[in-house]
Write a protein that binds this ligand. Structure first.
Ligand SMILES: Nc1nc2c([nH]c(=O)n2[C@@H]2O[C@H](COP(=O)(O)OP(=O)(O)OP(=O)(O)O)[C@@H](O)[C@H]2O)c(=O)[nH]1
Length: 140
């Protein structure tokens, strides 16, 4: 019988602006996969729900306040990552309070899902981007 994998439980946001573009941030130097573009987010900590973890991460990383009810599940990734197994839940969010600005000296870009193939992203993100391409346009 195989050992159970150790899960790396991560939540991330596809923040969408009024033009339909999504926010990507560059992973800072010093972290694994530094330099790759990713959706803002991070690990779910003990005692947190996925949604509370994501609202915490968005405030820490970008200085915005998001209501959990504004997080719309859109895709997930499940795949080996090093000696662990990544479970990543991606939510779309198109409403928040405050102005998006990095609190972690990360580079930020707003980009259409159709243009994300040009951005170098972690391997788990390819299928997530494909799902974003299928989404309906944002509500007027
Ligand atoms: N935030 C985010 N993480 C991703 C994405 N794709 C992906 O494979 N990951 C992986 O998910 C994990 C997230 O961990 P992290 O180190 O960013 O989380 P964190 O902010 O809680 O980090 P820290 O507390 O260690 O500083 C990393 O292994 C990262 O490579 C993505 O699009 N966004």
């Amino acid at each position: 019988m195989e050992n159970n994998p150790t899960y790396l439980f991560v939540v991330a946001a596809a923040l969408q602006d009024r033009n339909g573009n999504f926010l990507l941030q560059k992973r800072p130097v010093g972290k694994p996969m530094a330099g790759l573009w990713e959706f803002p987010g991070g690990k779910v900590e003990e005692g947190e729900t996925p949604e509370s973890a994501l609202t915490r991460e968005l405030e820490e990383e970008l200085g915005i306040v998001v209501d959990a009810s504004a997080l719309e599940p859109v895709a997930f990734a499940s795949e080996p990552l090093g000696d662990r197994h990544l479970l990543l839940l991606l939510y779309r969010c198109e409403s928040w309070e405050g102005t998006v600005e990095t609190r972690e000296s990360a580079e930020l870009i707003w980009v259409a899902a159709q243009e994300m193939d040009a951005a170098e992203m972690p391997p788990a993100d390819g299928p997530l981007v494909d799902q974003l391409k299928l989404l309906h346009p944002i509500s007027a």
